[in-house]
Design a protein around this ligand. Structure first.
Ligand code: SF4
Length: 248
């Protein structure tokens, strides 16, 4: 039976009220192809792009991407843009393939990462490496980064002003690498990239979009070290990503 216009309008209203009740500031789903993309918060003027027109064609070759990443690292320099600069040993820029199909984004470096200047190299990092390998990739086939590049003291969550100061860099890395899929690791990464306050336990397991790139939120490996029983949920999310990659 075909729905009349009034019923369709009521259905749309119900869906919008549902997402409003969940705490979304923006609708996290597609309405048609043209408006794809969950916008992220706090774009700078140069970064603010309408996702309907936002394309990522600027870095087409590996060489261009490598050069752009190098230039970005130079731009970050000995960054003092937020208070995390005070306690860090090293800026953890991110690492992996500039041609990565998958980009993993965590929240910030921990103790070991701060010492080595590399992302996800502690216990949680070893778990992430296992997941990457179980998905059929090598660690250097993917790209790994964080929302903030300096270690928050005592491994606390990054604060809003720190995220706002640093987010431009990971956004730029996403733009340069232009992965086929983003996997956000943990609450801070998912909420920042999706622009939501919904708990990670409710966000995980289904796709959102970041500038036309499918984004799968899942648990942070550090959480899995404390809650190993939830590893299967992350594996479930990873399998959805693998299925998605086959279709892109
Ligand atoms: S966290 Fe980001 S913005 Fe803050 S000092 Fe480090 S690199 Fe700069």
């Amino acid at each position: 039976m075909q729905k009349n216009n009034k019923t369709i309008v009521n259905d749309i209203k119900t869906v919008l009220e549902f997402y409003q009740a969940l705490g979304f500031e923006r609708l996290p789903i597609n309405i048609g192809r043209k408006n794809r993309g969950a916008k992220v918060q706090k774009f700078t003027a140069s970064e603010r792009k309408d996702s309907s027109t936002y394309k990522l064609p600027r870095y087409q070759t590996s060489e261009q991407k490598k050069a752009a990443l190098k230039e970005l690292r130079e731009e970050i320099g000995d960054c003092q843009r937020c208070k995390l600069s005070k306690g860090r040993t090293n800026i953890v820029f991110g690492e992996g393939s500039e041609d990565a199909e998958i980009m993993f984004i965590g929240e910030g470096p921990g103790k070991e990462e701060d010492i080595q200047g590399r992302p996800f190299v502690g216990d949680a990092g070893q778990l992430l490496t296992k997941l990457i390998e179980k998905m059929g990739f090598k660690r250097n086939n993917v790209y790994i980064g964080n929302i903030v590049k300096c270690r928050p003291p005592f491994n606390r969550d990054p604060e809003e002003d720190e995220i706002n100061a640093c987010i431009v860099f990971i956004k730029k890395q996403i733009e340069i690498i232009s992965p086929k899929v983003i996997i956000s690791l943990g609450r801070v990464s998912a909420q920042t990239l999706i622009g939501s306050k919904i708990p990670i336990s409710k966000l995980r397991g289904r796709f959102y979009e970041y500038c036309n790139i499918p984004l799968m939120p899942t648990f942070h490996p550090a959480y899995l070290l404390r809650n190993p029983k939830d590893k299967w949920l992350v594996w479930e999310d990873a399998q959805k990503v693998l299925e998605k990659l086959k279709k892109i």
